[in-house]
Ligand binder design. Structure first.
Ligand code: ATP
Length: 256
């Protein structure tokens, strides 16, 4: 069925179609569809817009990624199905590898995702031949690439589960995540949590990084300014503020 653009839930329906397509193509697992449902519910509570707190987190994340020495973008099935072009563009402008890192690992799914990311022109694609392990996780979920996640200082993991986020933190990484659920373990554990839909957050991150790069070149800002932006950011405060915004939306709709 073709969804008409005038449909009030056009973007949400198109996103679901993309995930179902990814599921049919063997990129997305069935559990990924359920996880998306949880995300959608939170997006509804946010009004399906990028809230101010998410904008702030996106700006801070862009600064942190530009300051990183060994940045890696970690990609799972849902991310590959929803925003492969954006992942590729971000990796090119930041000149960083993209690592396929999936919860329900099969070699076939890893190869499909890696091929898709290459097709979209990622700067470098890793994850097909994992040669290292993250401590504290059971076998398949611990696997990673020595050249990528294992030796990174900063990891952008759009959509992560709480255990792996904690394992990345325990391994000394700075973790940036995108998660619509401000209450998830991932959201609370990460250093910078962007409470926004992946499909809005990725284009926002790309434009923030581009703007910052131009401003750096034009000496409108310095690396010190970016470091200050990162150190002034409190993930706990930002999440608390998102939760307040959600509850304010509820109380104002009560009054109608
Ligand atoms: P945790 O283990 O961190 O407590 P969880 O068990 O919900 O959380 P998963 O099910 O592994 O974690 O991951 C799904 C998460 O991704 C959910 O928190 C959901 O809100 C979020 N999510 C799903 N789809 C999107 C999306 N399109 N954009 C942003 N976040 C999303």
């Amino acid at each position: 069925m073709t969804v008409p653009k005038s449909h009030p839930r056009y973007l949400s329906l198109i996103t679901r179609d993309r995930l179902v397509e990814g599921w049919k193509n063997g990129l997305v697992v069935t559990q990924g569809l359920i996880a998306h449902g949880r995300g959608e519910a939170f997006d509804y509570l946010l009004g399906e817009v990028t809230v101010d707190e998410a904008r702030k987190a996106e700006r801070t994340a862009a600064c942190r990624m530009l300051l990183a020495e060994r940045l890696v973008i970690s990609v799972n099935g849902n991310v590959g199905a929803l925003v492969p072009g954006e992942v590729a563009e971000l990796s090119r402008i930041l000149e960083c590898p993209v690592e396929v890192n999936i919860f329900h690992r099969t070699e076939e799914r890893v190869s499909r995702l890696a091929a898709l990311l290459r097709e979209h022109g990622c700067y470098e694609v890793l994850g097909e031949e994992p040669d290292a392990k993250l401590e504290g996780l059971e076998h398949a979920r611990a696997l990673c690439s020595r050249k990528g996640i294992f030796s990174s200082d900063v990891v952008l993991v759009p959509l992560e589960d709480g255990d792996r986020c904690q394992a990345l933190k325990a391994a000394g990484k700075d973790v940036i995540t995108i998660d619509l659920n401000p209450l998830s373990r991932t959201s609370k554990t990460a250093d910078i949590t962007i409470v926004d839909n992946l499909i809005r957050a990725m284009p926002n991150l790309i434009s923030e990084v581009k703007d910052l790069k131009e401003d750096l070149k034009a000496e409108k800002i310095s690396r010190d300014d970016m470091e200050r932006t990162v150190s002034d950011f409190s993930n706990d405060d930002n999440i608390r503020s998102v939760l307040r915004s959600i509850s304010e939306r509820f109380s104002s709709s009560d009054e109608k």
